[in-house]
Design a protein around this ligand. Structure first.
Ligand code: SF4
Ligand SMILES: [Zn+2]
Length: 260
């Protein structure tokens, strides 16, 4: 059994990172996300971490020697944008603006032109330069709560940066992460991901203390390669217990044995 600890919110937190397989199948625990048991959570966490060996994507902001500047810039480019698209612009941007000072000093029309292939170039350029100015004046904070106070930085981005830069145990939840967790453990209660108490507690309980940044990357790659938005690859999925798969198998069974 994995080591189980308690989060401040009371849900058991798995240490994780061992890669050990936990054979379990408790679809009945998916009635509410927060009610999924610690064993199911540990099994899911292990599946995601192990899947990284085959699903890991290579992007320029994932180099081991990338700077904090590069990571933050990448997160801004990734807003409402596919990673493959952001990867086309990122190298040129960090080449022409290699640090916060270069970004702040770049003529705004030139920056907008550089960002044009991604769309929203005016908004992105303004966000990047406002952030550059703030960081030059006050420095880049390390914690998610402080990062979220920066201009243009929301809950997801603040947590994603804190997890990857300082291994803070936080749960960044974007639409991809929410989709996976809801399929596996059950639907959230509120439309707004940021304020759903069940989804937030569940996502946090799944984060391994040993490597929150690595887990986030693995989870995003799992969402992209396996638990895809339109066509999840359930037949090849290593997650041992999943509400979505269980319900679909049951509905197939019902239709095959239906009352004709
Ligand atoms: S079994 Fe299917 S729906 Fe469930 S996590 Fe895997 S790919 Fe996603
Ligand atoms: Zn369970």
């Amino acid at each position: 059994m994995p080591n189980i600890e308690k989060t401040p919110g009371g849900l058991p937190l798995s240490e994780g990172g061992s890669g050990e397989s936990v054979a379990t199948s408790h679809p009945e625990h998916a009635a509410r996300p927060a009610s999924a048991c610690a064993e199911c959570r540990a099994a899911f966490q292990g599946s995601v971490l192990r899947s990284a060996a085959t699903t890991r994507r290579s992007f320029p902001w994932r180099r081991s020697e990338r700077s904090s500047y590069e990571l933050v810039v990448a997160e801004i480019l990734l807003q409402q944008t596919r990673a493959e698209q952001a990867a086309k612009v990122f190298p040129t941007l960090v080449d022409q603006c290699p640090d916060w000072l270069g970004l702040a000093n770049m003529p705004t029309p030139d920056l907008e032109e550089l960002l044009r292939p991604l769309g929203l170039q005016k908004r992105r350029a303004a966000a990047l330069q406002a952030l550059a100015q703030e960081v030059l004046e006050r420095g880049l904070p390390a914690s998610a709560s402080e990062l979220e106070a920066l201009p243009g930085v929301g809950q997801y981005m603040a947590r994603a940066i804190a997890a990857q830069l300082s291994n803070e145990v936080v749960a960044p939840i974007d639409t991809n992460v929410a989709r996976v967790l809801e399929r596996v453990f059950g639907p959230r209660r509120l439309a707004d991901i940021r304020h759903d108490p069940d989804l937030q507690a569940l996502a946090l309980a799944l984060v391994p203390r040993s490597d929150s940044g690595g887990y986030l990357v693995a989870l995003l790659d799992f969402a992209s390669a396996i638990c895809r938005p339109r066509t999840p690859r359930c037949d090849e999925c290593p997650a041992p217990a999943c509400r979505y798969r269980w319900e679909n198998m049951n509905s197939c069974h019902k239709s095959e044995t239906g009352s004709s």
